[in-house]
Write a protein that binds this ligand. Structure first.
Ligand SMILES: Nc1ncnc2c1ncn2[C@@H]1O[C@H](COP(=O)(O)OP(=O)(O)O)[C@@H](O)[C@H]1O
Ligand SMILES: CC(C)(COP(=O)(O)O)[C@@H](O)C(=O)NCCC(=O)O
Ligand SMILES: [K+]
Length: 255
């Protein structure tokens, strides 16, 4: 069994691959103050729930956009799994040709998503959208080059900013309102948030298509991908496990 972990700014997604199949997956909060022991016990409780033991894990791969917690996670791998993890970054083969001014600057999650998208949907231009703490858009051309993209504030942090900066606005559930023309504060905010981000996706993807003069396949991932894609036809595929899939592809390339 191979353990794959993607450390996002809000959550850590983890999964187990058994014989090339994602057999288990969980999410836990990214806590910059947790110790290696605390992370190990959290993972142990997920494992116990499904009857898996640490000894069954033969390899680990991690991608992270939160450098301060990497020491703790690597320490956890050594102490509890007796495994030296692969960490997506310099020295790890991804097979991706990155056309960024400084390739080292691209977030590891974006690289992993691009690898998974190429593996699953390659041979055509692709746009990958990840709805996480931030919303990332990545353009991959037909040859499989990573061309760059866009980074926007995420849905949850934007909504949180609205609530915290406007005295009369409440904290709301991020869900689709019954009407675009809201008749009360909550549905008006939901309308602004949901259709605002739907408009962003259509605007950014539309402009990328225009500039590239191509019709790429648009793949979305991240916790709020389904909600946004249900409101627009511009997203072709929702793949909730894109990042975990990409991690496993990279793990295999580094065997
Ligand atoms: N179903 C949901 N409804 C509302 N907010 C959500 C939902 N799922 C996740 N979030 C929030 O969306 C944000 C991004 O989460 P996540 O996709 O895990 O991002 P990251 O990969 O950056 O850690 C977080 O603030 C999280 O609390
Ligand atoms: C853009 C991000 C903050 C997204 O992170 P996430 O929403 O998954 O927590 C992350 O990919 C990152 O820190 N990237 C580095 C800058 C770049 O990709 O250009
Ligand atoms: K992410």
């Amino acid at each position: 069994m191979i353990l794959v972990l993607n450390v996002g700014n809000s959550n850590i997604a983890l999964g187990i691959y058994t014989k090339d199949k994602l057999t288990h997956h969980w999410r836990m909060e990214t806590d910059r103050h947790k110790t290696e022991d605390e992370y190990a016990m959290q993972i142990k409780s997920f494992f116990m729930h499904t009857g898996i033991t640490f000894e069954q894990i033969k390899g680990i791969i991690i991608s992270s956009v939160v450098p301060p917690i990497m020491y703790v996670l690597e320490e956890m791998c050594r102490k509890y799994f007796h495994v030296r993890p692969h960490v997506v970054g310099p020295g790890v083969k991804t097979g991706l040709n990155i056309k960024y001014d400084n390739p080292k600057e691209v977030g590891a999650d974006r690289i992993v998503n691009a690898v998974a998208a190429l593996e699953g949907y390659g041979g055509q231009p692709l746009i990958v959208i990840d709805f996480g703490t931030a919303i990332t858009y990545c353009y991959i051309n037909e040859k499989g080059d990573y061309m760059g993209g866009a980074i926007a504030p995420g849905i949850a942090i934007s909504t949180e900013a609205l609530f915290s900066k406007a005295s009369k606005l409440p904290r709301i559930e991020i869900s689709r309102p019954s009407n675009i023309i809201g008749k009360n504060t909550i549905s008006a905010m939901q309308s602004g948030v949901i259709y605002g981000f739907v408009g962003q996706v259509e605007g950014i993807v539309g402009r990328m298509k225009e500039q590239a003069k191509e019709e790429p396949l648009v793949i979305a991932t991240g916790s709020l991908a389904k909600l946004i894609s249900s409101e627009t036809t511009i997203i072709d595929v929702v793949d909730p496990f894109l990042t975990l899939k990409g991690l496993y592809v990279i793990y295999k390339r580094n065997q």
